[in-house]
Write a protein that binds this ligand. Structure first.
Ligand SMILES: [Zn+2]
Length: 249
């Protein structure tokens, strides 16, 4: 019974091939598309059975990468607005969160994570870490923050930025040995400084100081950042930059 079915199927397949194969060979031979492709030195024609695939030579454009980073969040209003702008512009950024705030705004933390941004650690209490022992830095400031983020997202951040950028050299070595990656910044927008943070001042600063792989410092906790952010993004885009999270630079 099974043999009969197999035999029948094989015959049917042979009949189909006998009908369609000559038609396909004829079409390939006569196709003007095929002739055009073969005439062009810039394309490569791959023939696999009856299928014609055209593969263009890839254009290699060196990628200019840049990272936007936002410190001191989450908060009730501004972080959500920053997320709205990033979503509209379709770009990813890095958020250095303060542990004490993570528990207050769990929905915002989840949103940051779910929208594909990178969450990093900006300490539990935002104190100057130079006043703590190395063991205290991890036990009191870094671990509680990353645990709080992990509780909400399942992700335990191991990238940290010290508040005020302040960290002793022995702490840098200690944290590196413990597996922590320390990320400061290379371009301060001064969005935190009320005496010089008008949107045009921030954008001019970006125009003056941008460079490939720059890490741009901004903050979650002020409306000025939101006013300047679309302009910062468009300025950098016009300069040919693509936006990445800090772990992708
Ligand atoms: Zn900070």
């Amino acid at each position: 019974m099974t043999r009969k079915i197999l035999k029948g199927t094989s015959i049917a397949l042979l009949v189909i091939l006998a009908i369609f194969l000559p038609v396909q060979i004829f079409m390939e031979a006569c196709s003007p598309i095929t002739q055009n492709i073969q005439a062009s030195p810039y394309t490569e024609v791959l023939k696999i059975g009856p299928v014609i695939r055209v593969r263009r030579q890839p254009t290699i454009v060196p990628s200019k990468r840049i990272a936007l980073t936002f410190d001191d969040g989450p908060d009730a209003r501004n972080t959500a607005k920053i997320l709205d702008i990033l979503k509209e512009e379709n770009i990813s950024a890095t958020f250095f969160l303060v542990g004490e705030r993570v528990g207050h705004y769990p929905t915002v933390v989840k949103r940051i994570f779910n929208e594909g941004h990178l969450i990093a650690n900006h300490s539990q209490s935002h104190q100057d870490l130079e006043g703590l022992t190395n063991e205290e830095i991890i036990r009191l400031e870094l671990d509680p923050t990353s645990r709080a983020v992990e509780k909400l997202t399942g992700f335990y951040p191991m990238i940290m930025r010290p508040p005020y950028g302040a960290l002793r050299m022995d702490s840098v070595e200690y944290l590196n040995k413990a597996g922590w990656k320390i990320v400061r910044w290379s371009l301060d927008t001064f969005d935190w400084d009320n005496t010089r943070n008008k949107p045009e001042e921030i954008i001019n600063r970006v125009l003056d100081q941008h460079h490939p792989n720059a890490i741009i410092l901004m903050h979650c906790n002020g409306p000025t950042t939101i006013n300047a952010l679309p302009g910062v993004i468009h300025t950098l885009r016009d300069l040919g930059y693509h936006f990445y999270t800090v772990d992708q630079l």
